[in-house]
Write a protein that binds this ligand. Structure first.
Ligand code: AMP
Length: 207
């Protein structure tokens, strides 16, 4: 189980959850737990959960609470949770938020802060469709908004291999935005009622 704080990043695809999580990791020694990353690793490893999740992820829909909770709990049982955790892309449904509360309560803890990254949908399609990351260190880049200083070489680690996510197409992003508004956006009010919500205007460019 994590030590406090437990910070949640809420926001649609392209809002900058991953980028903000990496900054919080560096600045505060927190550990980023991304259910998207955990699911992609399960897909790549061909585990049972990965096999079940693959088509759902490719369609831009949400993987079942059961699979996501199992994968997250497995990760949270590991000892390397730093000085606290940043949940990136979790919870995404009311059921996941309730399960997280129960999980934390069992360890005498609760959510410290939920940060809502607020953006406009249309800008997200361009952001997501052009993005890619360094395959070595995970630094984020974008075809239009942030190219490496030296073409083909990561600014941060000097790596020369880059990758793009299979679900980062304009079509799938629209599906993911729909899922976000229907299933995840209601969590903003949920955390507001718990008085842990912070809203941030996230329309600026990646630094
Ligand atoms: P992300 O990397 O957070 O954009 O997630 C990529 C995809 O993984 C999503 O479009 C979903 O299909 C799936 N996914 C990630 N996190 C969750 C979650 N908490 N609940 C359900 N599906 C998730």
């Amino acid at each position: 189980m994590p030590v406090a704080p437990v910070v949640i990043l809420l926001g649609p695809p392209g809002a900058g959850k991953g980028t903000q999580a990496r900054m919080l990791e560096e600045d505060f020694g927190l550990v980023q737990l991304s259910t998207g990353d955990l699911l992609r690793a399960a897909v790549a490893a061909g585990t049972e959960a990965g096999v079940r999740a693959k088509a759902v992820m490719e369609a831009g829909q949400l993987v079942s609470d059961e699979i996501v909770l199992a994968i997250l709990q497995e990760r949270m049982a590991q000892p390397d949770l730093g000085r606290g955790i940043i949940l990136d892309g979790f919870p995404r449904t009311a059921g996941q938020a309730a399960a997280l509360d129960r999980l934390l309560a069992a360890a005498g803890q609760k959510v410290t802060a939920a940060i809502s990254l607020e953006v406009e949908d249309e800008a997200m399609v361009a952001r997501v469709a052009g993005r890619y990351t360094c395959a070595t260190c995970g630094e984020g880049y974008h075809d239009q908004f942030k190219q490496p200083a030296r073409a083909g070489t990561c600014d941060k680690c000097g790596g020369t291999a880059f990758k793009r996510r299979a679900d980062d197409t304009a079509e799938t992003v629209r599906e993911r935005l729909t899922a976000y508004h229907a299933q995840t956006a209601p969590l903003i009010a949920y955390y507001d009622e718990k008085a842990v919500l912070q809203r941030i205007n996230a329309m600026g460019h990646i630094a």
